[in-house]
Design a protein around this ligand. Sequence first.
Ligand code: HEC
Ligand code: HEC
Ligand code: HEC
Ligand code: HEC
Ligand code: HEC
Ligand code: HEC
Length: 293
Amino acid sequence: MKQLFIFVCSFAIILTTGSVLVSALEKQDDLSLPTGTMTLTAPEHSQTKMSPVVFPHSLHLKFSCKSCHHEWDLESPVKGCASSGCHEKLWASPPQDKPSGERKIKSLTGAYHKACLECHRSQLKEQKANNKQKTAGAAMVSQGSAPVTCEACHPEPHAEIVNSPDTLPIPLGALTLTAPEGVEPKRPSVTFPHSGHFDYTCQTCHHEWDGKSPVQNCTVSGCHDQLESAEKTRDINDPKNSRYFLAAYHKACIQCHRSLLKQRDRLEKSGVLDDTILPEYGPVACVECHFEN
Ligand code: HEC
Ligand code: HEC
Ligand code: HEC
Ligand code: HEC
Ligand code: HEC
Ligand code: HEC
C-alpha cells in the first residue's frame, strides 16, 4: 500500500512538473540582453532642462533584473520604462484634470529618480559604514562611483550620447543539464527552468560573470571540471570537491531549495499558512530533478 502511494505521488510529480516544463520549452527564444551603455532621454517632444543620462547597464547587472524591471514576467520581452501604461509621462499630471487612478501612474522623472537615487544613496551609506570599520592607517577603500549629485548624472556640458549595440543572448525557458563528457551518467539528465530563476541575480549561479562577457559553462576547464570526487571524501561541502561537477551542481541547486523548504516549514510551524507569504521552493528529492522524459 505504501509503495503504491509513493508510486502515485512520484507519478503526480512527474505529471505536474512535466506540464510546466513543456510550456516553458515552447518559448525557447533567447533574450537579447544589452550589455553596454545606453543613454536615457526624456520622451520625444518633451521640454527638458537637463542633459540626458548616460547609464552603464552592464555595471548594474549584479543586481536582480527585477530591482529595475519590476513588472517583467521573466519570459516576455523587456519593456522600456516609458512604454504606454507604465511611466509614459515625463512629469505627473496635475491632480484636477485626470481621474485619480491615472494620476497614480508615476512620472518617468519620478520613477527614475526614485529607483536610481534610492539605491545609489544606500550604496554610499554602506560604503561609508564599511570605510569607518577599517582600522586607522589602513588604505582607504575607493568610494565607488554610484552618482548622487545632479551634475554626476546630468553633466554640463552634455556628455556624448552613447547607445552601444552590444548584447548577449540569454536562454529563456528550460535548459537540459547533462553530465559532462567522460562521465557515464547514473541518473537521467535534469530539466532546469532557467528563466524561472531570474528572480535571483545572475551571479547567484554565474558567480564569476562580469556582466558583459559571454557566460561560461559551469564545467569549462578551470571551473567545475573534475569528473570524480576527491579521494577519501564524497562530501559536497568539502573544499576539495569544489571543482567536482556534481558537488557544484548539488551544492548550488539542492542547498538553495532545501533552505527555502526549511524556512517554509519553520513558518508553517509558527502558524503561517498563507501560501502567498510562504516561500516557494524547488525540488529536493532525487527523482524530482532526475527523471526520464
Ligand atoms: C539598475 C537598473 C537595471 C537593472 C538591474 C537591469 N536593468 Fe535592464 N534596463 C534598465 C534601464 C533603465 C533600461 C532602459 C529602459 C528604457 O529605455 O526605457 C534597461 C533596458 C533593458 C532592455 C532593453 C529594453 C528595450 O527597451 O528594448 C533589456 C532587454 C533589459 N534591460 C534587460 C535586463 C535584464 C535581463 C536584467 C537582469 C540581468 C536587467 N535588464 C537589469 C535598468 C536596469
Ligand atoms: C540597485 C542599485 C542601483 C540602481 C537601482 C541603480 N544603480 Fe547606478 N550604480 C549602482 C552601483 C553599485 C554603482 C557603482 C558601480 C561600480 O562602480 O561598479 C552604480 C553606478 C552608476 C553610474 C556610474 C558608472 C561609472 O561609470 O562609474 C551611473 C551613471 C549610474 N549608476 C546611473 C544609474 C541610473 C541612471 C540608474 C537608474 C536608471 C541607476 N544607476 C540605478 C547601483 C544602482
Ligand atoms: C542617478 C542619476 C540621476 C541623478 C543623481 C539625478 N537625475 Fe535627474 N534624471 C535622471 C534620469 C535617468 C532622468 C530621465 C531621463 C532624462 O530625462 O534624461 C532624469 C530626469 C530629470 C529631469 C526631467 C528631464 C529634464 O531634462 O528636464 C529633471 C528636471 C531632472 N532629472 C533634474 C535633476 C536634478 C535637479 C537633480 C539633482 C537634484 C537630478 N536630476 C539628479 C537621473 C538622475
Ligand atoms: C535540484 C535538482 C537536483 C536534485 C534534487 C538532485 N540532483 Fe543530482 N544532479 C543535478 C544536476 C543539475 C546535475 C548535473 C547534471 C547531470 O549530471 O545530470 C546532477 C548530477 C548528478 C549525478 C552525476 C551525474 C550522473 O548521472 O551520474 C548524480 C550521480 C546525481 N546527480 C545523483 C543524485 C541523487 C542520488 C540525488 C538525490 C539524493 C540527486 N542527484 C538530487 C540536480 C539535482
Ligand atoms: C539558479 C542558477 C542560475 C541563475 C540565477 C541564472 N543562471 Fe544562467 N545558467 C545556469 C545554468 C546551470 C546554465 C547551464 C550552464 C551549463 O550548461 O554549464 C546557465 C546557462 C546560461 C547561459 C548560456 C551559457 C552558454 O553555455 O552559452 C547564459 C548566457 C546565462 N545562463 C545567462 C544568465 C543570466 C544573464 C542570468 C541572470 C538574468 C542567469 N543566467 C541566471 C544557471 C543560472
Ligand atoms: C538561490 C536559490 C535557487 C537556486 C540556486 C536554484 N533554485 Fe531551483 N528553484 C528555486 C525556487 C525558489 C523555485 C520555485 C520557483 C517557482 O516554482 O517558480 C525553484 C524551482 C525549481 C524547479 C521546479 C520548477 C517547476 O516549474 O516546478 C526545478 C526543476 C529547479 N528549481 C531546478 C534547479 C536546478 C537544477 C538548479 C541548479 C542548477 C536550481 N534549481 C538552483 C530556487 C533556486
